[in-house]
Design a protein around this ligand. Structure first.
Ligand SMILES: Cc1cc2nc3c(=O)[nH]c(=O)nc-3n(C[C@H](O)[C@H](O)[C@H](O)COP(=O)(O)O)c2cc1C
Ligand SMILES: [Fe+2]
Ligand SMILES: [Fe+2]
Length: 408
């Protein structure tokens, strides 16, 4: 069913209620969900997000009852994932002159997905405003909530936040409003946070900081309930859930090196990780005692192993150390490999192979993509020769990812 709700004088929610068991990111949404699109019928009529790809036709028909589609001036796409942008192709075809408003990384994705190469795009940055004739939209960039290109849109006059995936619930609601729906949505709101937002905890903190000065009277998310009662309480739930926990974490970094490049990576990891009140112990496997290193690893929450590569192999004492770990119980300890290399970097891959034979939880790019959708964190961390700007960024992203895992 496609449902329309009036939010205030000239704003509408045009939503599709999806009451199937919805397959999504390897979860089954047992309570279904909704896809909420919004129409602000101002002098420059604006649509904010659309609905899932499957429901494009019904959506277009429904929206046409509210407005002549050719009159639409702006289509704001907060997030390119097709459960929100899915009807953009059909809408853009009918709203011929509408400008598509999105972040810079979203442009390429939307052009490719919906064949919009010849369309007019307006790229917005954090804090940009857009006059839509009677109302003003303010854009806040919210990367990784839920994917890299995501932003949210605040209507200044209406004090309404169009928060896309953020502050959503996966429930096939019958009544959209949390104050009239007849039950407490808190449990569903928290379940959604845990399923979708939790892996991006540090980005939730950044988002909360970025919206803290906005006067928000209503939250219009893209899934589930519109929140117009206890708005502050629901924002506070994100604040509470995204606080760092368990500050007494221990990280061990152990490396071998010929010319110090791998040592410098190890030191950079140490600096970045210990900034967060996490205790970090750094060892050179060629100089420090293996017994001491192994004891520290057994007591750690995470251990990073680094080597450079010489003639297609690990260097120094690294292999001896990894062999000593093979019959230990290291369950629950996070492990990662890194190293400097010149052209092939076999040493780093060999560490990874040894780690995979232990019962540690070994960080690797594929499982990070599968669990978070983030494709800019790489493990093992392979650094060609010395650390330049790009390499420093790579190490930083990996370190922040580890800190996030340890503190959430
Ligand atoms: C004798 C020698 C052999 C090397 N063999 C390889 C190799 O097989 N594959 C590779 O990717 N890099 C190789 N390299 C490049 C080093 O891994 C690279 O210089 C790296 O930055 C050294 O890091 P380190 O300073 O931590 O030792 C070799 C370097 C030397 C000096
Ligand atoms: Fe999403
Ligand atoms: Fe979504």
């Amino acid at each position: 069913m496609i449902k329309t709700e009036q939010l205030n004088e000239n704003s509408y929610c045009v939503g599709k209620i999806d009451d199937r068991d919805v397959p999504f990111h390897r979860l089954i949404l047992k309570k279904g969900t909704t896809y909420n699109s919004y129409l602000l019928k101002t002098n420059k009529p604006t649509v904010i997000d659309t609905v899932d790809m499957m429901f494009g036709k019904a959506y277009i028909d429904n929206l046409s009852e509210l407005i002549n589609l050719e009159d639409i001036k702006y289509i704001v796409i907060n997030h390119t994932e097709p459960d929100h942008s899915g009807a953009l192709g059909s809408l853009a075809m009918r709203a011929k002159d509408a400008t598509i408003v999105c972040t810079e990384p979203a442009v390429y994705e939307l052009k490719e997905m919906y064949r919009l190469q010849n369309r007019n795009f307006l790229v917005v940055k954090d804090g940009d405003k857009l006059d839509i004739g009677g109302k003003t939209l303010l854009f806040k960039i919210t990367p990784y909530l839920h994917t890299k290109e995501t932003m949210i849109t605040y209507c200044i006059e209406d004090k309404t936040l169009f928060s896309c995936d953020i502050f959503s619930t996966h429930v096939a609601v019958k009544d959209y409003f949390n104050d009239t729906c007849g039950f407490d949505i808190t449990e569903d709101f928290i379940s959604y946070y845990n399923a979708i937002m939790k892996p991006h905890r540090s980005y939730v903190r950044i988002m909360l900081d970025s919206i803290k000065d906005l006067d928000i009277k209503m939250i219009c998310p893209s899934h589930g309930f519109i929140i117009r009662k206890d708005v502050d309480k629901f924002i506070k739930i994100y604040d509470d859930l995204s606080q760092t926990k368990n500050n007494n974490k221990k990280v061990v970094i152990v490396y071998t090196t010929i010319r110090q490049n791998t040592k410098k990576i190890a030191e950079m990891f140490k600096d970045l990780i210990s900034n967060n009140n996490i205790e970090v112990l750094l060892f050179n496997a060629d100089k420090d005692s293996s017994d001491e290193i192994i004891k520290a690893i057994e007591n750690s929450d995470c251990t990073l192993f680094g080597t450079s590569t010489r003639y297609g192999d690990m260097v120094g004492n690294m292999e001896v150390l990894l062999k000593l770990l093979q019959n230990k119980d290291l369950k629950g300890i996070l492990a990662g490999a890194f190293g400097s290399f010149g052209w092939s970097g076999e040493g780093i891959e060999l560490i990874q192979e040894y780690l995979n034979k232990t019962n540690m939880t070994v960080l690797n790019t594929s499982s990070i993509i599968k669990s978070t959708g983030m494709n800019d964190v790489e493990f093992p961390v392979r650094i060609r020769f010395s650390i330049g700007d790009e390499e420093a960024d790579k190490i930083r992203r990996a370190a922040y990812y580890i800190v996030d895992l340890l503190l959430s």
